[in-house]
Design a protein around this ligand. Structure first.
Ligand code: NDP
Length: 330
């Protein structure tokens, strides 16, 4: 049977140590599913960095093809919604964690997990957006659902030069928000302003011990950092504002108090992309097509080959990756 290239994470039963290598596998080695996809593009998200390095127990089945998202073309389907030739996208659903994912020439998955790729966006651009960008859009939509508009005041975006942050800035700026970008890399100020940031704030300004309440600075926030950063963002959010929490790049804890919630009516909106229902995903992708400038998307995207995935994974955990990385699988 024809084999195709794949990144494979395996685990030594005796030592429980995981290792990762670029290899070749056959379709018979893929897991059960009713749709087979020829994968064209994948990406490196923060969670992929954790999966490949083993720094957190993201991979929960061995052997595993990591890669939490991919875009490709259906080659075989027993699912009523999909036929060979359909262009599809997959984000999340445990793919790359408990079900073999995007870093391989083929993927076999549940059709219920797939969405049709909007015609207006190429497979490469869809993965330049990737799970990080689709999550950023979920965060923007959550702020809007809460009733927030640019007229209410500025929006703060933390982890600004990362994947979620970069897409959030581009989208929010296009929608008319005054975007305050929080970054540890002030050397990236020009990059962030190019995406649409109006102000740059040094990460260190939000790194001190959070007060229950501080001076009100923004009406809304998109946070991919968590921990002290999120606690400070909450304490500085204006009366009636909201912060969409989507990440933990700075830590999983939240050393906050209830003060912003009970004294300023601030809301903390939880964002999950992995198990988000299909209708919400389709709405988010429609909004990405409408509200993300493709030239800005290209400006935040770099491209690597499948063979480079293993070497690049530690960089995203070290906060060294700017914007988004697409992986050319085929
Ligand atoms: P990136 O690494 O691309 O971005 C994270 C950014 O956070 C970095 O670029 C850096 O930005 C900042 N950062 C990194 N380390 C620290 C630190 N120790 N303290 C403060 N800031 C830090 O990752 P992604 O954009 O792919 O993902 C961001 C987060 O969102 C991750 O935690 C990820 O797991 C989460 N996520 C959650 C999803 C969900 O469904 N809820 C889906 C997708 C992602 P800068 O240099 O500008 O300061």
């Amino acid at each position: 049977m024809d084999k195709f290239p794949a990144v494979l994470v395996t685990r030594d039963d005796a030592t429980k140590q995981q290792s990762v290598a670029l290899t070749a596998i056959a379709e018979s080695e893929l897991m059960d599913g009713d749709v087979t996809v020829a994968v064209e593009w994948s990406t490196i998200n923060y969670k992929d960095g954790l999966a490949i390095t083993g720094k957190s127990p993201v991979v929960r089945r061995f052997p595993m093809v990591p890669g939490i998202d991919f875009a490709g073309t259906v080659t075989a389907s027993a699912h009523p919604d999909f036929a060979p030739g359909d262009a599809v996208i997959l984000d999340g659903w445990g793919v790359g964690e408990t079900h073999m994912g995007g870093y391989a020439g083929r993927a076999r998955v549940k059709g219920d997990w797939l969405i049709k790729r909007p015609a207006a966006i190429s497979a490469r651009s869809a993965m330049a957006v990737g799970t990080a960008g689709y999550t950023a859009m979920l965060a923007v939509m959550a702020l809007e659902k809460h009733g927030l508009t640019p007229a209410r005041g500025p929006v703060v975006v933390t982890g600004a030069a990362g994947g979620v942050g970069s897409v959030a800035i581009a989208v929010l700026a296009k929608l008319g928000w005054h975007v305050i970008a929080v970054t540890g890399r002030t050397s990236e100020a020009d990059y962030l302003k190019g995406l649409g940031a109006a102000e740059i704030l040094e990460r260190a300004e939000l790194a001190g011990a959070p007060k229950p309440l501080a001076k009100e600075r923004w009406a809304a926030g998109v946070d991919s950092v968590g921990s002290t950063t999120l606690a400070n963002v909450l304490s500085m959010t204006r009366y009636g504002g909201a912060v969409a929490a989507c990440g933990l790049a700075g830590g999983m804890d939240l050393p906050s108090s209830v003060a912003p919630f009970i004294l300023r009516g601030v809301a903390l909106l939880g964002i999950d992309s992995v198990m988000a229902p299909k209708a919400l995903r389709e709405a988010a992708w429609a909004r990405i097509v409408a509200d993300l400038d493709l030239a800005k998307l290209e400006a935040m995207t770099s491209e690597i080959a499948l063979a480079d995935v293993i070497g690049t994974a530690p960089d995203i955990l070290a906060g060294k990756v700017r914007g988004r990385i697409v992986v050319k699988v085929a």
